[in-house]
Design a protein around this ligand. Structure first.
Ligand SMILES: C[S@@+](CC[C@H](N)C(=O)[O-])C[C@H]1O[C@@H](n2cnc3c(N)ncnc32)[C@H](O)[C@@H]1O
Length: 232
């Protein structure tokens, strides 16, 4: 009898948990534009460690305090271990979903160099960041890369987990894996504006050269006329 009531209670708790989880997943899917942006999935395993190692290389070489953000930080899986290791750097987690943000705040309790901010990374400026990490969907890579390339500093490094970003200058690709499946990490810098400006210059130089043959062609009939009048 007692055993049966314990089993019934456990089943009730599991059922309640499953309903809450389903409601959250539905909310998360709608919140993320029905597939336009990535829902909350935490970085995990080897790829998480490889990203943290890559960020560590940048952070340990700087005595000057740096600003680091994770765009769509979730519960802070990438930021919290780094914030613990580098107390003189400043870490900002940005996410629009209150559930993972709350988890991040609880997990990082007591750490003074990390804050979790609610917001949309497409509507927030990242101009003063020194290191940006993100784990976004493939479709988000294009508009997010464009936005970042327009506003980040030349010295800023962008690390993207699994999916490439558009417009930025790729400086490195790292082979990693998630649950044994090969995955990549992409490292970017800002695409220098100067390289864009040189292209229109080349076009304007070549344009007058193309026009030259047309001018000489017009002169030829005049010579023929002169020759025929001399014959006469
Ligand atoms: C795949 S999870 C990555 C979580 C974390 N970066 C990690 O590596 O563990 C993507 C997160 O981005 C958030 N997100 C998606 N679009 C966003 C947006 N436009 N602005 C802010 N957060 C966004 C989601 O709520 C989700 O928590």
């Amino acid at each position: 009898m007692c055993c049966n009531s314990i089993l019934a209670l456990l089943a009730l708790i599991a059922g309640f948990g499953a309903i809450i989880y389903l409601i959250y997943q539905t909310y998360s899917y709608i919140r993320c534009g029905c597939g336009k942006y990535g829902p909350f999935v935490s970085s995990y395993g080897k790829i998480k460690e490889d990203i943290i190692n890559e960020a560590r290389k940048i952070l340990k070489n700087s005595k000057k305090p740096l600003k680091i953000t994770d765009l769509g930080c979730g519960s802070g899986a990438l930021l919290i271990p780094l914030a613990k290791e580098f107390p003189h750097h400043e870490f900002i987690g940005l996410d629009w979903d209150v559930v993972p943000l709350m988890m991040g705040k609880i997990k990082s309790h007591g750490l003074k160099n990390i804050k979790f901010v609610k917001g949309d990374y497409m509507k927030t400026s990242h101009a003063d960041m020194d290191l940006i990490m993100c784990y976004v969907l493939k479709v988000t890579g294009e508009p997010l890369g464009k936005k970042l390339n327009a506003e980040i500093k030349d010295s800023c490094t962008v690390i993207s987990e699994m999916f490439p970003l558009g417009h930025l200058k790729e400086v490195k690709q790292i082979n990693s894996s998630l649950f044994g499946v090969p995955e990549k990490i992409f490292i970017y810098k800002k695409q220098k504006a100067a390289s864009k400006e040189t292209q229109p210059e080349k076009k304007t130089k070549t344009a007058p050269q193309k026009a030259k043959p047309a001018q000489t062609a017009r002169k030829k009939p005049a010579k023929k006329k002169a020759a025929s009048s001399a014959k006469k």
